[in-house]
Design a binder for this molecule. Sequence first.
Ligand code: MFK
Length: 163
Amino acid sequence: MPSFNPEPLDPNTFGESQPCFGCSPNHPIGFRLRFSKLGDDTVTTTFLPGEVHQGPPGIMHGGLVTTLADEIAAWAVIGCLGKFGFTANLQGKFSNPVRIGVPIEGVGRIARNGNRVIVVDVELAQGGLKPYTGQFTFAVLDKAGTERLLQRPLPEGWEKFGR
Ligand SMILES: CCCCCCCCCC(=O)SCCNC(=O)CCNC(=O)[C@H](O)C(C)(C)COP(=O)(O)OP(=O)(O)OC[C@H]1O[C@@H](n2cnc3c(N)ncnc32)[C@H](O)[C@@H]1OP(=O)(O)O
């Protein structure tokens, strides 16, 4: 039976020295996002955009909104499917400005789970509005493909996230 209590996901899933701008707990200027799993196909997070995240005054930069959404989608793949996907395609709709200083609730839900391609729907909610919805496509590679893409040996702990 699916659990509807949020289950925190380990922020050190990829080790304490992983460099991700979105989720490294030690990143000097990153988002440092933490995720929870909700049911079998969904992850959630919260983020408070600050002054440093502005594009237009008082409004979060659209590229950073996309970064936030990409990270949420990536963690839906990690947390719900136990795989690592490389973002291959994305589309997003900016329906309202994302405001600085107002918490964002982010949700990522697996829309299609294939062996090589995974599609995730993302929704951001803020202050009673849904200012952003997006869809992200991820490619899941085998070990050799991942090493080719990274141009280095598979980092420790990554083996189990491959195809
Ligand atoms: C450390 C912890 C971090 C945790 C969070 C990380 C979050 C952030 C996630 C990222 O930012 S990843 C970094 C940004 N993305 C990249 O750098 C990927 C750059 N692109 C590539 O390296 C290649 O284009 C890619 C690996 C995505 C696909 O390469 P290939 O096309 O050679 O792979 P392949 O031919 O094996 O295709 C695999 C499947 O993906 C499909 N595909 C490839 N590109 C696609 C695309 N653009 N859109 C949709 N589907 C695509 C392709 O059709 C195929 O589907 P089928 O198996 O059904 O035939």
